[in-house]
Design a protein around this ligand. Sequence first.
Ligand SMILES: [Zn+2]
Length: 96
Amino acid sequence: MEKITSELIQKVKQVPIENFLPSRFKVSNGKKFYLCPLPGHQEKKPSFVLYPSNTYKCYGCLRVGDSIQFILDLMGWDKHNKEEFIEAVNYLKKYI
Ligand SMILES: [Zn+2]
């Protein structure tokens, strides 16, 4: 298995979360609220906010995180599961 370096982790954290989002959004108070694509979501209105630091918060399901956490959330994976964490990093690596 390929080694996951801290440099690689820093690079994949820069992969824009926006690349994985549905395009529909609205702007409120200068923020873009997207439809939350994460599983188990009950909200029908946009509640997912992206920050310039490439982190997110969803005011519907209250998930927060960076691009790696976003893929983990999207896939229903656990960051404490080493194999799933590596899968998420490898998934994002394709978008560097
Ligand atoms: Zn959500």
